[in-house]
Design a protein around this ligand. Sequence first.
Ligand code: ADP
Ligand code: MG
Ligand code: ZN
Length: 559
Amino acid sequence: MIGQEENILKTYFGYESFRPGQRQTIDKVIERENTLAVMPTGGGKSLCYQIPGMTMDGTAIIISPLISLMKDQVDALQSLGISATYINSSLEQEEQRARLQAMEGGQYKFVYVAPERFDSTFFVNVLRRIKISLVAFDEAHCISQWGHDFRPSYRSIVPTLSRVKNIPVTVALTATATEDVINDIQSLLGIADGNVVNTGFERENLAFHIVKGKDKGTYIRSFLNEHPNESGIIYAATRKQTDSLHDQLSKKGLSVSKYHAGLTEEERKAAQAAFIHDEKSIMIATNAFGMGIDKSNVRFVIHYAMPMTIESYYQEAGRAGRDGEHSDCILLFSPQDIQLQKFLIEQSLMDDTAKQKEYSKLQAMINYCHTHSCLTTFILDYFNDCPSGTTCGRCSNCLHRQERTDITEEAQMILSCVKRMGERFGVGMTAKVLKGSRDKKISDFRLNSISTYGILSAYTEKELTEWIHFLIAEQLLATEEGKFPTLKLNQNSVDVLKGKRQVWMYTAPIPSGEEADYQESLFAALRETRKKLADEKGVPPYVLFSDATLKELARYFPD
Ligand code: ADP
Ligand code: MG
Ligand code: ZN
């Protein structure tokens, strides 16, 4: 027997089957249980209130913070023959009144409103008089002060609604899966533990990639050549970068549009419309683009530079693949990206505590660019949403996981160097000491006299910087946050130094082009270092610490 819900799914929406969590949420709402659905972006949250709204008597009220999306949602429902409208500040007073009247006359199955609407006593009084089927809080994380997008006006609806007595059931929907936010929504809207439908955060159709050691412009041009006619977004770090990328690519005859806050509102609207309606296939933009954009067939999101936080990265990259089809999220990393983001934090008007917090978020973003672990797992771990130890099998690290090289000795040298430098310096200085740099700062601090000075001279400073970031990303080395984070040993570092833990580097088997050159240079340096070590007999000098150092290590990191 096909249930009524399946029927609606097929006949009205034309879909074959429910996505994870949809059926369960719909059933609970129809049973008049207040429900919270946590599903990833593109997971299909709208259906979770649309199908119950269609089967239940009365009007469904949908509260949404995104005015720009209301019209699209309403148009979509109307095109399916379902009576729906929105009431918000974008309409003339006259039109607002007309729609309110029609709403009071019971003409709509769905009414979309912004939270501010509840400030109007008139509107609230209309709510009291009509028959309501359900109230839906879309983007419900906005109600929580722990959410990244807290809106006080969202929260203040709750007491108002409790005075509207005729609400049979409330459903909340969000893609934010953190415990704080979930608990907050539950207690504010009276949702029992058993009525939280959480499918988690993972977007199984997204493949994350990190690309480094390549010319970014060349990479983008060849990527676009290999993906003709696909819709995608390229996020640049600045307006200037957006303009110059747009120039370059349009000169190559590519179908590109651009968007940033420096353009007029007209220009931005036109650019956005051209992209949404597939007149231009590629949007080049700063992070000003995307809020309230709901385009389902975005096949790739390329970040021309590293963003400041994983939160913003996941949100921006997550604009790919809302239709559930395979899509690529590519981050083009270069070490200068770190400097730019630090500069932006430093220049900002935040107080020191807030800056400190941003620096630690930035560190997580840097770690993402340097880890050799699964990128999907890394992100889910960051949001506490993953049983650690799983891998996705589709990110660039999972795909490159074929070959591994033991680099325990290099790691020991680096860690030993950090200790010998007194754990008082950052990534840059440590790379210089390992390289044996003649920089004046090195002699000023007399770092050229320690035994690890120049011990990895076969590598370039850039490669050594990468190694150190890699050790941090794998939590084999700690940082003290700040503008110039100082490197510190942790328990894992000591385990590596004592030879109790091995360190592996993962590489792709047959890289080509620039990547091959990059990898070859690393391996050449590796061989040279190994040869130097083999020539020295006995215990390598870099693991020989003084008695005092050994005692200190034992005190902080007992066996
Ligand atoms: P969310 O609000 O969770 O980000 P939407 O409700 O906007 O997601 O849905 C994203 C896309 O998935 C839309 O294009 C929608 O039509 C489609 N969709 C939703 N449910 C299904 C389903 N059961 N089968 C196929 N496509 C679906
Ligand atoms: Mg949605
Ligand atoms: Zn993976």
